[in-house]
Design a protein around this ligand. Structure first.
Ligand code: NI
Length: 230
């Protein structure tokens, strides 16, 4: 499911993120890519560990938690700490690749935790008018989707898709990217639950609470109970 979630960050949130990004140290983006991806990756990535990086991660994670659409669309079990990248100048593109299936979450005590990357996310942080190119191109069964969103908007897409970032030919493209392991592993089940949840919300707004809505809401939760791995 390819889904745009508007306004994860509002104008003030985007401005704060941009301020932190401008003050933080950057590094070659290849440091976190797998072997195949490193051959086609040419961008910069925020160095981990700086105070700005930690503030940025907290800013994004808090914004995600507050957004009702985000929960419904992804049913997150674990969200990997957001990373940040920049495409500009010579380091301006990322060729076709598939993200690694499993990533490691630095763990306290019991060692690193394995996280399955069911869902890939990109949060756009630059105004599209400020750069040319830089579309996120996602291949799926219906063809290619070219995605370039307003600053503060998020795209979520299946972690198993081949995707790329087109060369940025003017200006700079800043974004946050991260992965989610969902409680519901199968994409078709997540999509069904999302559509059901959205329809239930709309019906509740239109009709108020009716006995049928109570039963349908129960059916939603019972499907989730059947499919969720928590
Ligand atoms: Ni990728």
């Amino acid at each position: 499911m390819l889904l745009k979630i508007p306004q994860i960050l509002d104008t003030a949130g985007v401005a704060r993120a941009r301020e932190l990004l401008a003050a933080a140290p950057w590094a070659d983006g290849r440091s976190t890519a797998g072997r195949q991806a490193a051959q086609v990756k040419n961008n910069e990535q925020l160095q981990s560990g700086s105070p700005q990086h930690r503030d940025l991660q907290a800013l994004v994670l808090q914004a995600l938690e507050k957004h009702p659409l985000f929960f419904s669309a992804t049913l997150p079990k674990r969200v990997l700490p957001p990373l940040f990248n920049r495409y500009a100048g010579e380091a301006n593109a990322y060729g076709s690749h598939v993200d690694q299936a499993v990533r490691y979450l630095p763990g306290a005590g019991s060692g690193p935790q394995r996280v399955r990357t069911d869902i890939s996310c990109t949060l756009f942080l630059s105004d599209p008018a400020d750069y040319d190119g830089g579309e996120l191109v996602i291949e799926h069964s219906f063809g290619e989707q070219r995605v370039k969103l307003a600053a503060g908007d998020l795209i979520v897409y299946p972690g198993n898709s081949v995707h790329r970032v087109e060369p940025v030919t003017r200006g700079e493209r800043l974004a946050s990217f991260f992965w989610i392991e969902s409680m519901v592993r199968a994409e078709e089940q997540r999509r069904l639950l999302y559509e059901m949840d959205m329809s239930l919300m709309k019906l509740r707004g239109d009709l108020g609470e009716t006995p049928e809505l109570v039963r349908l809401t129960g059916a939603y939760h019972n499907l989730l109970r059947m499919w969720a791995d928590t």
